[in-house]
Design a protein around this ligand. Structure first.
Ligand code: BEZ
Ligand code: FE
Length: 304
């Protein structure tokens, strides 16, 4: 008798769901989300649930593959800490960071705003404030000189005085200072305040491209996909101007061999630029940073 009870395969599942209808399961999960008090969270979770179920059905996801995926997420967390963030890297290599940036800027872009680019994992809090015209390179940083001249303005062209411009870049060896014991703390990083005409300028050295960090699960994924791992040489900028949305962007060296195959898809459109030779072995980069009126909200800073 006991054996017969144990093999009763016709018993209803505890939730009352039919075992064979994925649509019923999806409807039940959506019902479980229906009472989420935060409307935006409800909308996001509804869509995530629908797409995740559609994805699992499309690829006929097995339990073993699901375990593998969850283990990947766990190991991403274990590989992350105050100095490394595999979560940001995953969003970057999937193109999601670029997609969110471009979607968030679509109204500004339609009005001539500067194209945004992802922040990435190497922006540091408390970068040193420097005077206009100063160098962000410590005196012993070897490399071709680079002079960056910029102007910050609103969408209608009004110059923005007193705007805060954060910049950071890799060295000519393709390393950020926090990855390289040879460089001084905060080398190739700085914060500039724009003058009455919205202008700022600084000296530096021409950066090199570099591989994204591949010593964690995201590196394994890139290898399994047979993908490249390089970013073309670039400088990062974050512009913070009162009464304007914060702009995060990057300018890329169009002569870099990986200019058209950025592993994180940030090197788009007008952000690819020629670093102009100055005739004395150095280079110049002129940029205009056009920002959209709106609420000033800083992005998350990944590094202390
Ligand atoms: C960066 O530009 O600093 C970056 C962006 C994504 C991944 C790694 C680095
Ligand atoms: Fe970078």
């Amino acid at each position: 008798m006991m054996a017969a009870a144990a093999v009763n395969t016709h018993a209803a599942a505890p939730s009352g769901l039919s075992a064979s209808d994925p649509a019923e399961l999806l409807a039940a999960v959506l019902r479980a989300n229906a009472g989420t008090p935060n409307a935006r969270l409800k909308q996001v979770m509804d869509a995530l649930i629908r797409h995740a179920h559609a994805f699992a059905l499309e690829v006929d996801l097995t339990s073993a593959e699901l375990d593998l995926g969850m283990d990947f997420l766990v190991r991403m967390g274990q590989a992350s800490g105050p100095h490394k963030n595999e979560g940001i890297l995953l969003a970057d290599i999937l193109g999601l960071a670029t997609l969110a940036q471009l979607r968030g800027a679509r109204e500004a872009l339609a009005q001539g705003g500067t194209e945004p680019a992802l922040v990435g994992p190497f922006w540091r809090a408390h970068q040193p404030v420097r005077a206009n015209g100063e160098s962000i390179a410590a005196s012993d940083t070897p490399g071709a000189p680079l002079h960056v001249r910029g102007r910050v303005c609103s969408l209608d062209g009004t110059p923005l005085a007193g705007a805060r411009v954060e910049t950071w870049q890799a060295s000519p060896q393709g390393l950020y200072e926090n990855q390289d014991p040879e460089q001084e703390d905060m080398n190739l990083r700085g914060v500039f305040l724009t003058d009455a005409e919205g202008g700022f300028h600084f000296h530096s050295v021409r950066p090199a491209g570099y591989p994204v960090p591949v010593d964690g699960p995201c590196g394994e994924l890139l290898a399994a996909q047979g993908r490249g791992i390089m970013r073309p040489a670039h400088l990062h900028f974050i512009v913070v101007a009162d009464g304007h949305k914060v702009l995060a962007t990057q300018y890329f060296d169009i002569e870099d061999p990986h200019a058209h195959e950025d592993v994180v898809f940030g090197a788009v459109g007008s952000l690819l630029r020629r670093f102009e030779p100055d005739g004395r072995g150095g280079f110049g980069l002129d940029i205009e940073l056009r920002v959209e009126p709106g609420e000033t909200r800083l992005p998350h800073c990944p590094l202390p």
